[in-house]
Design a protein around this ligand. Sequence first.
Ligand code: S3P
Length: 165
Amino acid sequence: MSPVVVLVGPPGSGKSTIAALLSERLGVRHRDTDHDIEAAAGKPISDIFVDEGEPHFRKLERDAISAALQGDGEVLSLGGGAILDAGTRADLAGHTVVFLDVSLGEATKRVGLSVARPLLLGNVRTQLRNLMEARRPLYGEVAKLTVLTDEKTPDQIADEILEHL
Ligand code: S3P
């Protein structure tokens, strides 16, 4: 039992967009662990950060990922910080993990257009740069395939992933 593919990458890498497209192309369900966490908590992640703090969110995230990895035949997208947890990185071994890579400039542009993210308050570009520098090796550690998403359409990115499945 395993997801068909697991998408990881920083905020702004296009995980949700590409996961939705892949699930449509493959005719399977798209599961997103941030969405699972919000549904179980009955509130948005930004509220979980404010009310219970990041360590609590990370625990919920670890458990949600562990449960979702038991699912079968789904396209699974994870939150950008999922790979911070060593247990999660170990759980991802043996799964088809794709790292959606993105440049700082492109990620800043994409994130600026979307909903508020609790870890990116203040100067989005600076926060993203710090977060991406710290995490890049961890995404690389879990990934079977890395796809640079800059200057590619969602369809081109999906095609590239499907070629490798
Ligand atoms: C986070 C990214 C978010 C969400 C939470 C923490 C992070 O998901 O899980 O706000 O640590 O990078 P996206 O990557 O979908 O923005």
